[in-house]
Design a binder for this molecule. Structure first.
Ligand code: AMP
Ligand code: MG
Length: 409
């Protein structure tokens, strides 16, 4: 049986990012949120695009005001007023100034801004009360970015700061990676949908819904194939269909060693190569990973096991596929455990709970009640998984525990 880190390495090796030439689409700025940039951006605009004022004040020639002292203020003639968005009309000559506002273009001849707090105005005259620094409060053209140089690299996720930069650079149509398509289905004769009345022995399918959410949160597109019965024909048909439409296929259930657990057998019949049959993880041991070449995850049916194996193994795989060049590895944090944690030490054990930052220290509080893999209910309202390594049977209250942060990127 593979260790968790061996399984992780195997899975990440099996996945290649989407192709930056073929697997792209064009979006505009209002539909770019969270998408992954497929081509580097180079702007033809300098930032700032013009020399402009960083403050409200007066545009002056430094040489006219440099000898100003409190006893010897400098009086200049105001020849123009330049609000933001207006083109200066005059050149500033010796003894002259322009009233100017933040963001407005510096008029020719001026080289320095004196902030209005250091001036006094009377009609068309301004008295400079203190000497500025040379070039003070001028934002020089191209001082933040020079046209033609790299602006944003490919493979980054577009969030508010990047979208602001793209808007400023007038890049309103962008090439992004298409969303990975992830087909999902649940297997089990006992499963019914949440709107069906339960007959004796039936169980509501929660995995399809949980996985649907997780896939959306991973920036991918879920393709819902519903509930598939525990029989070879139905499973063959579902898997054969899934591989024609998806980049990744996720099924839950049917990967244990029970008489009705057909998934592995059918994967083999359909020509898949099986890479993983079980992983030393608790919950989640019966995890099947295969390639068609599309990656196939046969998650355990148990709802908690399905979620834990998704967070630990599937989420990084979707992130790597998506084209993002960094940050797809799982995020671990060291925290203090607020309760004693226990495991039998045989498999790497994941206990769900709450991670909080208190006075600069991360604290992990395991969920109340049992961490039995059958208990889906106390998984709600948790945000992290505390980890006990193989052979680590106990972490005392107050001791350090490694914690996997869940959720999107
Ligand atoms: P299996 O892995 O198919 O042996 O299923 C293990 C346990 O998880 C059984 O108790 C199943 O009834 C339950 N189970 C399987 N699939 C689902 C599902 N989609 N939603 C909720 N429970 C499930
Ligand atoms: Mg089953």
């Amino acid at each position: 049986m593979l260790s968790v880190s061996q399984a992780e390495a195997t899975i990440l090796n099996l996945i290649q990012p989407l192709n930056p030439q073929l697997d792209t689409e064009t979006v505009d700025l209002l539909t770019a949120s969270g998408r992954i940039l497929a081509k580097p951006i180079i702007s033809q605009l300098d930032f700032p695009h013009w020399d402009n004022s960083a403050m409200d004040g007066y545009a002056v020639r430094y040489q006219d005001v440099q000898h100003t002292t409190p006893d010897q203020p400098t009086i200049l003639e105001i020849v123009e007023e330049i609000p933001a968005g207006h083109q200066p009309q005059s050149t500033i000559h010796k003894g002259q100034a322009a009233r100017i506002f933040t963001g407005a273009i510096i008029p020719p001849g001026a080289d320095t801004i004196v902030i209005q707090e250091k001036t006094q105005r009377e009609a068309n005259q301004v008295t400079i009360l203190a000497p500025p620094q040379p070039q003070e409060f001028i934002r020089h053209r191209a001082s933040y970015y020079q046209a033609g140089s790299p602006l944003l690299p490919a493979g980054i996720q577009l969030n508010a700061p990047e979208i602001a930069v793209l808007a400023a650079a007038q890049c309103h149509q962008l090439s992004v990676y298409r969303k990975p398509k992830v087909a999902i289905f649940s297997t089990g004769d006992e499963l019914v949908t949440p709107d069906q009345k339960l007959q004796p022995g039936q169980i509501v399918d929660s995995n399809n819904y949980a996985l649907h959410t997780l896939i959306l949160q991973s920036g991918a597109e879920p393709l819902m194939l519903g509930i598939v019965k525990d029989n070879p024909e139905a499973l063959t048909q579902a898997i054969a269909q899934a591989i024609t439409i998806a980049d990744i296929i996720i099924s839950s259930g049917g990967v244990s060693v029970g008489d009705y657990d057909y998934v592995e057998q059918i994967l083999t019949t359909l020509g898949a190569e099986i890479h993983i049959r079980a992983v030393a993880i608790k919950p989640g041991k019966p995890l099947t990973v295969a390639t068609f070449p599309q990656l196939y995850f046969g998650l355990p049916g148990n709802p908690v096991s399905a979620l834990v194996t998704f967070w630990r193994f599937v989420q990084p795989a979707i992130a790597k596929l998506s084209g993002i060049t960094s940050g797809w590895e799982p995020q671990f944090i060291k925290a203090r455990s607020l309760s004693e944690l226990r495991s039998d030490g045989k498999r790497e054990t994941y206990l769900w709970g709450q991670l909080h930052l208190v006075d600069g220290t991360y604290q992990f509080q395991p969920a109340d009640g049992s961490s039995s893999s059958g208990n889906l209910i106390n998984l709600a309202q948790t945000n992290a998984l505390g980890i006990l390594r193989v052979d680590q049977t106990q972490i005392d209250r107050g001791e350090e525990v490694l914690v996997l942060k869940r959720g999107g990127r």
